[in-house]
Design a protein around this ligand. Structure first.
Ligand code: ATR
Length: 270
């Protein structure tokens, strides 16, 4: 029987994950069936239970279920414990559910694809919500000189930095004292969705800096347009999406797909 996987979200109809995993399966010859499922907002554990009862072996989890998925797991990877969120569920042979999060490693691999060297880098992260919490562990363990978190609600950035202070030089605050001369600025706010740009100074970027937006679309986000005008290399989050999927696929199947052709096809279809 074909092994079943899915992505849970709500809404989920426009998810690119089924197409990405179908491409991975074709490329590797792994016979998997991967669908998108809209889980009920008030009963994520029930959706996962039903799926596994019908032969489901694993799942991706997206908005708004990443924290609920984390809570139902019997065991968690260290990076998922740190994130307090899970984007990958794995059903073990013993019937237990293991949770992992692959978003952070997806971001770090996409940055590597674009030639960004994290070791020794001065990094600014905009935002202090779940998306940012999910990527801090791999960013900090890549050996940057320092990570600054800036958020509209400064206290949230300070508290988040505190939670990760054991992993490296990290501090948090508001946008008014954001600093300047960063090698990498990552936008993890949802401001782009509203077409908003956090208030940022013109001298934010060091020469040769990269601006990364975790969001993507057919057109560059407001943040990426603003960054490109100030000389930064502007990169959107489509590569992160493909890389996190590849890491999930590896966790389920033990095979690493070649992400480049899959990313190129997605880019053409945007
Ligand atoms: P996610 O899971 O996507 O991280 P979230 O936890 O709701 O979602 O976090 C959204 C982030 O985007 C927060 O950092 C939020 O700032 P606040 O903590 O001050 O609310 C930020 N954000 C959302 N809209 C924004 C805007 N228009 N300008 C600046 N920051 C914004």
């Amino acid at each position: 029987m074909t092994d079943r996987y899915c992505v849970f979200g709500n809404p989920i109809a426009h998810s690119k994950s089924p197409a990405i995993h179908a491409a991975f399966a074709e490329q590797t010859g792994e016979g998997i069936d991967y669908t998108a499922i809209a889980a009920p907002l008030d009963d994520f554990p029930g959706a996962w239970r039903r799926f596994t009862a019908e032969g489901g072996r694993g799942a991706n989890v997206t908005v708004p279920f990443k924290e609920a998925a984390c809570r139902l797991c019997d065991t968690l990877s260290r990076r998922a414990q740190r994130a307090g969120a899970v984007n990958t569920l794995i059903l073990g042979g013993n019937g237990q559910t293991h949770g992992d999060t692959t978003d952070g490693v997806g971001l770090v691999r996409d940055l590597a694809r674009h030639g960004v060297n994290l070791a020794g880098a001065r990094i600014l992260v905009l935002g202090a919500g779940g998306a940012v919490r999910g990527v801090l562990e791999p960013l900090l363990t890549a050996g940057p000189l320092g990570v600054r978190i800036a958020n509209r609600t400064a206290a949230k950035a300070a508290a988040l930095a505190q939670d990760f202070a054991d992993l490296g030089d990290i501090e948090g605050g508001g946008f008014d004292d954001v600093g300047k001369g960063y090698d990498l600025v990552i936008n993890g706010t949802s401001a782009s969705l509203a077409g908003d740009l956090p208030p940022l100074p013109d001298d934010l970027f060091a020469p040769g800096a990269t601006a990364y937006d975790m969001m993507y679309g057919a057109e560059p986000t407001v943040f990426l347009r603003w960054a490109a005008e100030r000389g930064a290399l502007a990169v959107d989050g489509l590569g992160m999406l493909v890389e996190q999927a590849a890491e999930s696929f590896y966790q389920w199947r033990g095979r690493r797909p070649d992400t480049t052709p899959v990313l190129e096809a997605l880019r053409r279809a945007l």
